[in-house]
Design a protein. Structure first.
Length: 614
C-alpha cells in the first residue's frame, strides 16, 4: 500500500477501471485526462501489445499524472525493478508463475497486482499464498498471457474466500455493464479492459471506452465529492470559492505526480527522520497482558507528527507559486512545524494562536519566533485553537492569494482529505514495521488521540477497510463529560458546520459554539474532523473520553517506566489503554508528540501530588 490509497467505501465508492495494452501516446493522453484510474503497459515480448522500451516513450510515461501499471510475465526481479523505476510505475502486475517471495520483495517498491488465470478447476486457495499483493487480477485462462478476448464463468468467483481485493478481467466489453453492476462480491474492486475495446492490438476505441465508463459508474452508489458519509463538504464564503477550487485542482494534480512524491519522500526521510520507530513497550505490555507498540511520532524533527503534513502542504504551495503562508495552532506543534518548513523553503510565515495557548505553550511560541514566523494572538472567545482558526480564516478571506496550511483533518474540502493523505505515511510505515516484528501487517487495535484528528487519520489510514482492526478515537473529557468543562465532541456534539465543513460540533440548540476545555491545547477544540465523525457514527471506530487527571497520570507513568515524556495529547491515548480490553491483543498507540512543551503543566501537577503526599 502506498500513500495515496483512496478511502473508497468510507468516502466515495467508485468502480476502479484499468485500461491495459496501451502504446499510442495520443490515446494514453486522452485516457489519462478522462479520469481513468489505471493505465496498463505490457512489457512482455511475446505479446502483440508489448511496449517499445525507448527514451522518448519512457520520458512521456514518467510524466503521466495517474496510476501506471507495468505488466510482466515470468521476468527476472532486476528487470522488473529496472523497468518500474525507468517508467515511474506505481504498480507492477505479474501474470506468470512468480513466487510469493518475489511479490513480497517487489511490494517494497511498488504496489503489486498478482494475476491468476481462472478455469473451472482453479483452486482459489492459491491466492492465500500472496498476502503481500495489494490487488489480485482474475483473468481467463487462454493461449495468450492476457488479451484473449474471452470470459471465464464469473460464478466461479463465489469460491474466492480471501481478503485481498481483486480486479476482474478477461473479455470484458461494452455489453457487460449490467453484469458488472450486479457483481456483489465483497472484495470486487474493479475491472481491467483490453482487447474488447481495440481497433487493433494496442490501438483503443477511446469513444467506446468513455461511454462504457459513464454507463458503468452511472448507477453506482456514491456520496458527494469531499464527503465522508454525511460529513464534510466545503461551506465557505464566496470570496474563498476560487482559492479553494484552485487548491483542490492542484492537490488532485500532485497526488500522483512522481516528481512531487519523490520530493515529499526525500524530505520525510532526510529532513524529518522517517521512518519513525515502532517501539515495543515491554512495561505496558506486561501491565495489560498484551503486545503493545508505540509509534514514535515524537521522534520526528520538531517533535510531533505535524511536520508530515506541513511539508506536503508547503511543497504544494510552492508548486502553486504561493509565497505567503499562514497557519493556526493550538498546542504549538503545527505552528512550529509550519514555521520550520517555511524557514527551510524561504517563505513568509504567519501563525495565529490563542492567547491562552500562547501562555501555556511558551516554548513553542519562542521556537516559532526564532524560526522567523510572526505569531498573531487571537483574543476572542476562549482564546484557544477554535479562535486561532477563526482569525486565520478571516485573514485568508481578506488575502485570498495566501496559502492557508490547516493543521488537522478539518476545514473545507479538500483539507480533510489532503491532511489525511500526507499523514498516511504513519500507517504505511506501521504495516511493514509490524510485519517485520510480528510477521503480520495488521494489529488488533490502534489507539490515537483526536481533537481535529490528524494523527489519528494518519494512524488509521491504511486500516480503514480492514474491519478486523479496531480503531479507537480518544477525546478529551476535560473535567468530565458532563462537567461543562469538556472537549469530548463525539459524546457531546450534534451535526453542524464548523470552519468550513459539516461535522459533529459542540453547540447550543441555537447553533452557538460551546466553549471546550482540555488541559491539552491540541485537543481543546469544539469539533471533530468529518472523517472521524463518520467513522464513529458508522460504528467503524469507537470513541473513548479521557479526563485531564487520567491523561496527566498516564503521561507521568510512561515517563517513569519507559523514559519517554509524551505530549499531553498523546497521554490521552495512553490513558485509554485502561478502558479497553487488551488481553492477548496486538496494539499500536500513536505517540503523536513529545512532552517538552507540556513540562510546566506536568511539573505543576507532579509538585501538587508530591506536596499532598508529604
Amino acid at each position: 500500500m502506498d500513500l495515496i490509497k483512496p478511502l473508497q467505501s468510507l468516502k466515495v465508492r467508485i468502480m476502479l477501471i484499468k485500461v491495459c495494452g496501451l502504446s499510442e501516446e495520443s490515446e494514453i493522453t486522452e485516457l489519462a485526462n478522462s479520469g481513468i484510474d489505471m493505465l496498463g503497459f505490457i512489457f512482455h515480448k511475446a505479446s502483440r501489445r508489448n511496449l517499445n522500451y525507448d527514451e522518448a516513450k519512457g520520458a512521456f510515461i514518467r510524466n503521466l499524472a495517474c496510476e501506471k501499471v507495468g505488466v510482466f510475465v515470468n521476468e527476472e526481479f532486476d528487470y522488473i525493478l529496472q523497468t518500474g523505476f525507468y517508467f515511474s510505475l506505481t504498480h507492477v502486475q505479474l501474470h506468470g508463475n512468480e513466487s510469493p517471495g518475489m511479490v513480497q520483495a517487489l511490494s517494497r517498491y511498488f504496489k503489486v497486482i498478482k494475476a491468476f488465470s481462472i478455469h473451472s478447476k482453479f483452486d482459489f486457495r492459491v491466492c492465500d499464498l500472496y498476502p503481500s499483493a495489494d490487488l489480485l487480477l482474475f483473468d481467463t485462462k487462454g493461449d495468450l498471457a492476457g488479451g484473449n478476448g474471452t470470459q471465464f464463468d464469473w460464478k466461479l468467483l463465489d469460491s474466492y474466500q480471501g481478503d485481498i481485493p481483486f480486479l476482474l478481467s478477461g473479455g470484458i466489453g461494452k455489453n457487460d455493464v449490467k453484469a458488472i453492476k450486479e457483481m456483489n462480491h465483497p472484495f470486487f474492486e474493479g475491472i481491467d479492459v483490453n482487447s474488447k475495446f481495440e481497433i487493433e492490438p494496442s490501438r483503443k476505441n477511446i469513444p467506446e471506452i468513455k461511454t462504457f465508463m459513464e454507463e458503468l459508474n452511472k448507477s453506482i452508489s456514491k456520496t458527494r465529492k469531499g464527503y465522508y458519509g454525511e460529513f464534510g463538504g466545503a461551506y465557505i464564503p464566496e470570496l474563498l470559492y476560487n482559492p479553494v477550487q484552485e487548491l483542490e485542482t492542484a492537490f488532485e494534480r500532485i497526488k500522483t505526480n512522481e516528481e512531487f512524491k519523490s520530493k515529499f519522500k526525500h524530505l520525510l526521510r532526510d529532513y524529518v527522520g522517517r521512518p519513525t520507530p515502532l517501539y515495543f513497550s515491554n512495561k505496558l505490555s506486561e501491565k495489560h497482558d498484551a503486545t503493545i507498540f508505540l509509534k514514535r511520532e515524537d521522534l520526528n524533527h520538531t517533535g510531533a507528527h505535524k511536520i508530515n503534513n506541513t511539508i506536503g502542504q508547503i511543497l504544494l504551495a510552492k508548486e502553486m507559486g504561493k509565497t505567503n503562508i499562514i497557519a493556526e495552532t493550538g498546542a504549538g506543534q503545527h505552528g512550529v512545524a509550519t514555521a520550520t518548513v517555511c524557514a527551510l523553503m524561504g517563505l513568509d510565515c504567519t501563525v495565529f494562536m490563542g492567547t491562552v495557548d500562547m501562555e501555556r505553550q511558551k516554548p513553542n511560541v519562542q521556537r516559532m519566533k526564532m524560526l522567523g514566523a510572526k505569531v498573531v494572538p487571537a483574543e476572542s472567545g476562549s482564546k484557544t485553537l477554535k479562535d486561532a482558526t477563526n482569525e486565520a480564516i478571516r485573514y485568508w478571506i481578506n488575502n485570498p492569494s495566501t496559502f492557508y496550511v490547516i493543521g488537522s483533518v478539518v476545514g473545507p474540502h479538500p483539507y480533510p482529505e489532503m491532511v489525511a493523505h500526507f499523514q498516511s505515511v504513519i500507517s504505511e510505515e506501521m504495516r511493514f514495521q509490524l510485519q517485520e516484528k510480528t510477521q503480520k501487517m495488521n494489529p488488533d487495535i490502534i489507539v490515537a488521540c483526536v481533537g481535529g484528528g490528524s494523527n489519528a487519520a494518519g494512524a488509521f489510514y491504511h486500516y480503514l477497510e480492514e474491519d478486523a482492526v479496531a480503531l479507537y478515537c480518544v477525546e478529551a473529557a476535560g473535567l468530565g463529560i458532563d462537567s461543562g468543562k469538556s472537549a469530548a465532541t463525539s459524546h457531546l456534539g450534534t451535526v453542524g458546520i464548523i470552519h468550513g465543513s459539516k461535522s459533529l460540533v459542540m453547540q447550543t440548540d441555537n447553533g452557538q459554539i460551546i466553549e471546550p476545555h482540555s488541559i491539552s491545547a491540541g485537543l481543546d477544540y469544539p469539533g471533530i474532523g468529518p472523517l472521524h465523525a463518520h467513522l464513529i457514527k458508522s460504528g467503524r471506530a469507537k470513541s473513548i473520553a479521557v479526563t485531564d487527571a487520567e491523561a496527566i497520570k498516564a503521561g507521568l507513568d510512561l515517563t517513569r517506566i519507559e523514559g519517554i515524556i509524551p505530549a499531553l495529547e498523546s497521554a490521552h491515548a495512553l490513558a485509554a489503554l485502561d478502558k479497553i480490553e487488551l488481553k492477548n491483543k496486538t496494539v499500536v498507540v500513536n505517540l503523536s508528540g513529545r512532552g517538552d512543551k507540556d513540562l510546566e503543566t506536568y511539573l505543576t501537577k507532579l509538585n501538587l501530588a508530591e506536596n499532598e503526599i508529604e
